[in-house]
Every structure is written in C-alpha cells, then in structure tokens.
Design a protein around this ligand. Structure first.
Ligand SMILES: Cc1cc2nc3c(=O)[nH]c(=O)nc-3n(C[C@H](O)[C@H](O)[C@H](O)COP(=O)(O)OP(=O)(O)OC[C@H]3O[C@@H](n4cnc5c(N)ncnc54)[C@H](O)[C@@H]3O)c2cc1C
Length: 448
C-alpha cells in the first residue's frame, strides 16, 4: 500500500456528492484526506443550508448508482436499508409525453432506487466516514486555495473554523468540489492565468416542490409519474417520485415566472400540467412540509480542457466544472462518474514522473467523453423559444431524429431499452449512429 501513495495529504473542499465521491476515489493514494465542509452535517437525512437544491426531486440515474457501488461496494444495499424505494426501469414510472400518454410501460431488466437527496448523500457520507484515512471536518469554510510564489503549484488551503479562527492546511492535492468553483476561479485570477471559457444554455427554469403522504388508495399501476409539456409552447412539467417513509416528492417547474410558494398555488400549478395524473394523485392528500422553490438560470460548462498550464495540485470536479439543467437528473451521477474516472487515472499502471502534475490535464481531457452525452441532453432545451446560447447548427434534425427514435422505442422494446441506457448514461449517445438503427429512424422520419 505504502508504495502506491502519491502524496501526504489531500484536501477536498465541500462534502456534497462530488466532494464525498472524490474523497472515496483518492483515499488509497494519500496518507490522509481531509474533507472540509462549511455546513453542519446532520446525522439524520435532513436538509442543510449549503445544498438548497436537496429539497427538490433528486433522481439517481442507473449509471450514478453503479458508479457509487463501484466506489463504495455495498452502497446499493445501504440505500435500500435506508428506505429507498426500488424502481424497475421502464416499468414503475409512468411517463407522459405528447403523443404517448403514457409511454409504454415495460420492465427493461434493471432496478434503480428513489430516495431523497439527503438520504442518498448521508448514505455516501457514512461510507466516507468509515474510511480510516479520511477526516470529515464540518463548520469549516475554505477561504482561499494557496499557491507557491511562482504560481505553478498549489500548496494547500486557508480556512476559517466555526470559532472564527483562521487556519492554513498543507496539501499535495486540493479538490474543489464546492459546487460553484469560485475558489478555483479566484486562484486563477490571482496568478493572472486565463479563466476557462464557458458554454452556457440560458433557460430561467423555476422549480417548486412539495412532499405528500402516499394515500392508501394510491394507484398500483405506477410508483412515480413524469409529465412533460408540449414543446415549444408549453414548458410546464412535473415529476413525482416515491421517497423513504411512504411519501411522494412532487417537483413541478416551468420556464417563466417564479412559482407560487403556498400549497394552493402549488396544487393549481399541478392542475395546469398537460395531464392530470399528478394532480389527481395529490389533490386530496396531505402536504407534509410546505413548498420549496428554486431558480436555475442556466446550464454551464467550463472548458478547463482548453487551458494551458493549470496549477499543479488543483482539481475542480462536479458542478464546479459542469452544471446541467436539473430536469434531466444528471448532476449527482456525473459527479460519481467523474470520481470513478479520477480513481482510474490514479490506478492506471505505468505512470512515470510526477503523477499529481499530470492529473488535472488528464482528467480534463478524459472527462470530455464522459460529459458529451449529458451535455448533449442539456442542449435539447433549445426546443423552447427564448433559450439563450449557441443553438447547435443541426438542431432541427436532432429534434426530428429524437421524435422518430421515440416512436420506434414505443414500438420496439430493444430500442426502448437502448434509449433508457442512454438517458441513464450507461451508454453514450453515439450508439444512435448505428447504421441499422439510423436506417429505421430515418424511415420513421420519412413516414412522418
Ligand atoms: C433544483 C435542482 C435539482 C436537481 N436535481 C437533480 C437530480 O434529480 N439528479 C441529479 O443527479 N442531480 C440533480 N441536481 C444536481 C445535483 O444537486 C448536483 O449536480 C450534485 O449534487 C453535484 O454537486 P456538487 O457536489 O458538485 O456541488 P454541491 O451539491 O453544491 O455541493 C457543494 C458543497 O460544498 C460546500 N461548500 C461550498 N463552498 C465551500 C467552502 N468555501 N468551504 C467549505 N465548503 C464549501 C457546500 O456547502 C456543499 O456542501 C439538481 C440540482 C438542482 C439545482
């Protein structure tokens, strides 16, 4: 074990999903890993200030579930023990999209889980706490990333503890999993290095979420419901998933004004969705926890891969690199997949020279393949007018191709399975370029 170490101490900024998974990924390669989190970390699966998005539906994709199982063997069993509700892919969630109300429900052969974000995060956190060489320090806010006088090498962080004392912590590697990545950008500015270019897709999405007790007479035909509006005129949608504790979490959203913050307003919005299934399920049941709201202005992709000479020993990860429209449920899974990539890079045999120096460039380069599919999913937002950003040149063809692919998936279980594999990031979108499949999709397009 000792011979595989590449450094004495690594510091991870932030104990969200990206920070926890990154800590698990690097733990074998450092004598000690310290995760610094500004929040108080609750022992129960409850909300905390630093992750306000956790009050809204957090779907865990099958790829994310597998990645978490790879990083923390036994994770899925832990999640089930924590009360997560098993969901059969393709079968248990009723999907209502224009033209298919519902889309054919079929058992595609895998099980996922639905649980609240605090439960998912706490399950991962317990695993991280079980690592002998990882320390989780709460109520500790990182103020800056420290760098050598010539600006080439990160040396640690300066943080402020709960009692207001300031502390310097040395590190061979600093992983910025703070969500916003502001400390990474501040460091690049301070050493007069260019900031990464950004691609943004402006969507001005507003979310509202309520938790309901599942009534005794709830439908047995489905465990959850997903309702889409009809693009381009109707951006309203809703997602209702079961949670631990016999509850439903219902998130509704649209591109437009802030949604109402009271239960009556929430129900009225649910009633205005294209299909009434969600409203009918909740209208006579009890809202347990008030209405939480969230505004999401844009998806952002930072192109760290285009920078030359990134400081040695610094690695942004998770939302600090790429934030996706939450409707597609990709962020936690991408964070876990990035952590798996980080582990693979560190475990790769035949490394020569300074493995920490080569880490960030290799990570930025290899994660492009990982991000390509979720980012291309996020570009589907251009189906709605008013979307800001660079509309892909062939976007109309992409939309028509997608609609024809859906028609084929509705008829053919094998194609349905393939589309679910892509949606869950188990396969890249490039599988749609299979010549045989393309021929069938083009035939559908011609028929339309
Ligand atoms: C409304 C909404 C709904 C979403 N729904 C889904 C979904 O259905 N499925 C899904 O997979 N993803 C979803 N996401 C995305 C998901 O929440 C994130 O992508 C994912 O959690 C990874 O985030 P992260 O760990 O990089 O950052 P965060 O979750 O933001 O965590 C950052 C952590 O760093 C801490 N921190 C920040 N600054 C400092 C500092 N200076 N010092 C110490 N600590 C600091 C914060 O307190 C926080 O704990 C959703 C996002 C939003 C906004």
């Amino acid at each position: 074990m000792a011979s595989t170490l590449i450094g004495k101490q690594a510091v991870v900024i932030g104990a969200g999903m990206a920070g926890l998974t990154a800590a698990g990924a690097i733990a074998d390669r450092f004598e000690h890993v310290v995760v610094l989190e500004r929040d108080t970390l609750p022992s129960e699966p409850t909300h905390r200030a630093g992750t306000p998005q956790a009050r809204h539906v957090h779907a865990l994709l099958l790829s994310g579930q597998r990645a978490l199982g790879e990083l923390f063997p036994g994770f899925e069993q832990d999640l089930a023990r924590a009360g997560a509700v098993p969901l059969r892919a393709g079968l248990d969630v009723r999907v209502e999209r224009p033209g298919y109300d519902p889309f054919p429900q079929r058992d595609l052969g895998w099980s996922g889980y639905a649980a609240s974000r605090p439960t998912i995060e706490r399950t991962v956190r317990r695993r991280v706490e079980g690592h002998a060489n990882i320390t989780l320090r709460q109520r500790c806010q990182v103020k800056e990333v420290l760098v050598s006088p010539d600006g080439t090498m990160v040396t640690g962080v300066r943080c402020v503890n709960d009692d207001g004392t300031s502390e310097t912590m040395a590190a061979d590697l600093v992983v910025d999993a703070s969500g916003r990545g502001a400390l990474t950008l501040a460091l690049l500015r301070s050493i007069r290095r260019p900031l990464p270019e950004e691609t943004t897709i402006g969507i001005d999405l507003h979310y509202a979420t309520c938790i309901f007790a599942i009534p005794d007479d709830a439908s047995t035909d489905w465990k959850g419901v997903m309702t889409f509006g009809e693009a381009p005129q109707d951006s309203r949608g809703g997602l209702m998933l079961p949670l631990e504790g016999n509850r439903w979490m219902v998130t509704v959203g649209h591109r437009g004004d802030v949604l109402p913050g009271d239960t009556e307003g929430f129900l009225a919005f649910a009633q205005s969705l294209r299909k009434p299934t969600i409203y009918n399920a909740i209208r006579h049941t009890k809202c347990l926890d008030g209405v939480a709201r969230y505004g999401f202005p844009e998806s952002v992709r930072r192109h760290f891969e285009r920078l030359d000479g990134f400081p040695r020993g610094l690695l942004p990860i998770g939302d600090a690199i790429c934030r996706f429209n939450p409707v597609y449920g990709q962020g936690m899974s991408v964070a876990a997949l990035e952590a798996c990539l980080l582990k693979q890079l560190l475990d790769r045999p035949g490394q020569v020279g300074d493995p920490i120096a080569g880490l960030a460039p290799a990570f930025f380069s290899e994660m492009q393949a990982l991000i390509e599919t979720p980012w291309s999913v996020a570009t589907l937002d251009f189906a709605f007018p008013g979307t800001r950003g660079q509309r892909p040149a062939d976007f109309d063809i992409t939309l028509k191709f997608g609609m024809a692919l859906n028609r084929l998936a509705a008829e053919d279980p094998a194609v349905h399975r393939l589309t679910i594999e892509v949606q869950h990031l188990l396969k890249p979108r490039s599988v749609y370029r299979d010549p045989n499949l393309m021929q069938r999709v083009f035939a559908k397009m011609a028929a339309a």
